[in-house]
Design a protein around this ligand. Structure first.
Ligand SMILES: C[S@@+](CC[C@H](N)C(=O)[O-])C[C@H]1O[C@@H](n2cnc3c(N)ncnc32)[C@H](O)[C@@H]1O
Length: 283
């Protein structure tokens, strides 16, 4: 099965994926341009991991970081904005996110803890209802400089709803903590190439399982290598992803093509009733 890919050079006339197709719609372009092409009130869950605005900060402090860190992204170029530019980009994204989400839809955004307050303010200004700031703990981070300071092993995520105070929450009667623990992205999820801040699929699937239902549309406007899309498709959700960098876009396309090739598994997931769905590894 093929994925639907589009280039930013195409005209901006395309509507949202048809409700009856599970082919992901993948766009190689700037999400601030391309979000405008998506139909209003069409998305159930936005699950995304935008630039944290740490590129300049890290570069200013870097010594030999690049040599030490496999996931060094200070030189990648996509996280270089100054604070005001970054806030403007996040504001542009949030205003389109508010337009495309269905009433009661959810937004989960990964963020550096020092930017959480700024992001929550911007989201509230765009009409989002703030729910939770949670933590992702990496079980096996690189123990860099472990005798000098605390090992960097956590990232934050922020959860909002739009147009309602509650949205889909498939906890199936279990208490769900605002704390997820997984290993860092395993090597077998990097077989088509590496992204310096690639999220593990096992983490993304927790949010997909809890905050959306089979057949729902999941959107990631800062898709990177496509971990959110792999998690969404494997759980029988529809997916739309946007990524500006052609190299990362190519990795994401290949990963999703592989998932779509595994049609038998997808078919059985698509056919299952929401009540029978896995809770996505609730802790
Ligand atoms: C933190 S990374 C996402 C990593 C992703 N979660 C993964 O698992 O691979 C952020 C991504 O957003 C992309 N990006 C930055 N600005 C963008 C924009 N305006 N439109 C689309 N993509 C953008 C970057 O190229 C980068 O790949």
């Amino acid at each position: 099965m093929e994925t639907t890919t589009e280039k930013a050079s195409d005209s901006l006339k395309i509507g949202m994926t048809a409700e009856d197709t599970f082919e992901p719609r993948l766009i190689n372009g700037d999400c601030l341009d391309w979000l405008r092409t998506l139909a209003g009130s069409s998305v159930d869950l936005i699950l995304t991991d935008p630039p944290y605005n740490l590129g300049q900060f890290m570069r200013d402090r870097a010594t030999n970081l690049k040599a030490m860190r496999e996931n060094y992204f200070g030189a990648a170029g996509w996280d270089d904005s100054d604070c005001n530019q970054w806030a403007e980009t996040m504001n542009g994204f949030l205003s389109e996110a508010a337009r495309v989400l269905k009433p009661g839809g959810s937004l989960v955004v990964f963020m550096a803890v020092i930017k959480v307050e700024t992001f929550v303010r911007l989201a509230q200004e765009n009409g989002f209802y703030y729910k939770t700031t949670g933590t992702w703990h990496k079980l096996n981070p690189m123990p860099r400089n472990m005798n000098l300071h605390f090992i960097n092993s956590t990232e934050s995520w922020i959860y909002f709803t739009y147009g309602a105070r509650t949205g889909t929450f498939n906890n199936c009667g279990h208490a769900v903590h605002d704390f997820f623990e997984t290993p860092v992205t395993p090597r077998n999820e990097r077989s088509y190439g590496k992204h310096p801040t690639q999220k593990p699929v096992g983490l993304m699937e927790q949010f997909v399982g809890l905050l959306s239902n089979p057949g729902d549309l999941v959107l990631d406007p800062f898709m990177g290598s496509g971990s959110s899309g792999v998690a969404a498709l494997e759980a029988g959700r529809r997916f739309c992803g946007i990524e500006v960098d052609p190299y990362y876009f190519d990795i994401a396309s290949k990963r999703m093509r592989e998932v779509m090739g595994n049609d038998r598994q997808l078919k059985s997931r698509r056919d299952s009733h929401p009540d029978e769905e896995s809770t996505g590894g609730i802790r």
